[in-house]
Design a protein around this ligand. Structure first.
Ligand SMILES: [Zn+2]
Ligand SMILES: [Zn+2]
Length: 170
């Protein structure tokens, strides 16, 4: 559960120990989803009128395709989380850490903030290993499993002429 009753939050801070499921409706098409539910732990407390503050941690696992050879690589994400929730529209618009919530709502939902932090925290790309040789551009063979029979890519000789001009200039 990542939803908290606002009335009771106003009188007492909540201990958060929840999960954001891999198939939660908060996920959108194109999101890098976790492969296991994201753990969300921390403390949610009132921070003045119509403001709440969450301080804690999120962690989870995901799988992404290696940038070079496209096999799935498991990646762990672990990130400190600090969210401010405000029902006042005015001061919240510029600050990326401030999440607006509906002043008429009865409960405060942490999921959109967790989703955003997760998406910011997953790596932009992964390699299965530092020296991954990738796939052959011609036949598609995984070159980590051995070389293929394709001819090596020949560099265009016109560039060589250009390079020699450049080397003279520098
Ligand atoms: Zn790879
Ligand atoms: Zn090849």
């Amino acid at each position: 559960m990542l939803s908290f009753d606002i009335r009771s939050l106003e009188s007492q801070a909540a201990h958060v120990d929840g999960r954001l499921d891999t198939d939660d409706p908060v996920w959108e098409d194109g999101d890098v989803r976790p492969t296991t539910p994201i753990k969300v732990e921390g403390r949610l407390s009132s921070a003045g009128p119509s403001r709440f503050y969450f301080s804690g941690h999120i962690s989870g696992d995901t799988a992404m395709a290696c940038r070079r050879c496209l096999i799935d690589v498991g990646t762990s994400v672990s990130e400190d989380a600090h969210f401010i929730f405000s029902s006042e529209g005015d001061d919240s618009s510029d600050d990326p850490d401030v999440y607006p919530f509906d002043p008429n709502a009865h409960s405060l939902d942490l999921r959109p903030a967790v989703r955003e932090l997760w998406l910011l925290s997953v790596p932009k790309f992964v390699l299965c290993r530092e020296d991954c040789k990738g796939l052959c551009a011609t036949c598609g063979r995984d070159l980590n499993e051995g070389a293929c029979d394709c001819a090596p890519v020949v560099t265009d000789s016109r560039w060589d002429a250009l390079r020699s001009v450049r080397s003279k200039l520098t």
